[in-house]
Design a protein around this ligand. Structure first.
Ligand code: SAH
Ligand code: SF4
Length: 356
């Protein structure tokens, strides 16, 4: 097996301060990497030269390389990242609002960004509608490989280090199946001396591993939770998501009820709407019932077809009808814009394109 140099991105500031003495160096290094965006140890000017040389011998900075990049008409940019062992995975930059400048060039409305990141190469969960599932599972990403996706995307788009970004774990993989590294990445993201992304701007999306939801909740990190529900009864959910045999809808809702969440926030339920399968008002009715008593919001997602996909995109009429029913019954509900549809922005799709 190839032996690689360690990457500095794999370490929390506390861990770094144990390794590199004196301990205040960790804070300086964090600043150089995550706020000043340096690309070499030599640029870390306030570190003594011998330390810079030592670090250069033992560590690399980023463990990722950008292999491909596709820009969509709506402004979202999808990245294919290569790991050092030759595997690849993807992340997407989703600009949420356009930057508007006045005639003087002053920004009158600032842009907002969400970065959608991967937690694994491939996935074990095997959902019937998901391209990532088709490849099977390859490996967990390390904390550094998760963190690097955000940093590389910020750098590549000249997004200032103090600009707020949101993180969603909605790329490839099941984050709660790689809990240890995901939690470490969340801690690194949150560090005020680093990327300084508040946990309330980080959303972990899961296919519903109830016992892991419980574990994440017990850590009380302050992150937001999104549940990929997609069906309103166990029979249908088992067909779409075989994991439902191990963790059924009731067990997921139970875990959600016990998840610590900011008083002003809600748990997001993602509902992939598939033509003639779960797009009817009867399903909407059941969904309202299921979510009764939970501080929930629903995000309806258009199924995004791919070559030979077994399902179809729902009609706009059915989608709006579904949304209207939920809203009329007091459930907050948004429809996920088809961001990057022309670059196939649903998870796994750029990856697949590059392979064929
Ligand atoms: N494994 C986690 C997070 C990654 S999946 C989870 O399942 O929640 C990210 C999102 O992409 C999920 O909500 C999933 O439903 C959605 N997705 C997968 N395939 C899709 C497709 N073909 N069209 C639209 N969304 C899709
Ligand atoms: Fe894995 Fe999520 Fe895709 Fe299901 S939808 S196979 S859990 S990445």
């Amino acid at each position: 097996m190839a032996v690689y140099k360690k990457t500095l991105f794999d370490f929390t500031k506390d861990e770094l301060s144990q390794i590199i003495k004196p301990s205040f160096r960790a804070k300086q290094i964090y600043g150089w990497i995550y706020q000043k965006y340096v690309n070499s140890f030599d640029e870390m000017k306030n570190l003594p030269k011998d330390l810079r040389e030592k670090l250069d011998k033992e560590y690399i900075l980023s463990p990722l390389k950008i292999i491909a990049k596709e820009k969509s008409r709506d402004g979202s940019i999808k990245y294919l990242f290569g790991l050092r062992n030759g595997l690849s995975m993807e992340a997407v930059l989703l600009p949420m609002k356009k930057e508007i400048k006045d005639t003087e060039g002053n920004i009158t409305q600032s842009s907002k960004y969400t970065i959608c990141i991967s937690s694994q190469v491939g996935c074990k969960i095997g959902c019937a509608f998901c391209l990532t599932a088709k490849e099977g599972f390859k490996q967990n990403l390390s904390a550094g490989e998760i963190v690097a996706q955000v940093l590389e995307i910020k750098k590549d788009n000249d997004i200032a280090s103090n600009k707020r970004v949101n993180i969603v774990f909605m790329g490839m993989g099941e984050p709660l199946d790689n809990l240890e590294n995901v939690v470490k990445a969340i801690r690194i993201f949150s560090d005020p001396d680093g990327l300084s992304i508040s946990p309330r701007r980080q959303t972990v999306s899961t296919s519903g591993l109830s016992h892991q939801i419980k574990k994440l909740g017990e850590m009380d990190l302050g992150v937001l939770l999104a549940i990929s529900l997609h069906a309103v009864d166990d029979e249908m959910r088992e067909k779409l998501m075989p994991i439902n045999k191990a963790y059924n809808i009731a067990s997921i809702l139970d875990a959600v009820r016990n998840f610590p969440i900011d008083a002003r926030k809600r748990v997001m339920f993602e509902y992939l709407v598939i033509k003639d399968l779960n797009d009817d008002v009867k399903s909407a009715k059941k969904l309202v019932k299921l979510l009764h008593g939970i501080k929930a919001k629903v995000n309806l997602i258009y199924f995004n077809p791919y070559p030979n996909s077994p399902f179809q995109r729902p009609s706009e009429k059915d989608m709006l009808g579904f949304q209207r029913y939920l809203r009329d019954h007091g459930v907050t509900c948004t429809i996920r814009e088809s961001k990057g549809l022309d670059i196939s922005a649903a998870c796994g799709q750029l990856y697949e394109k590059k392979r064929v």
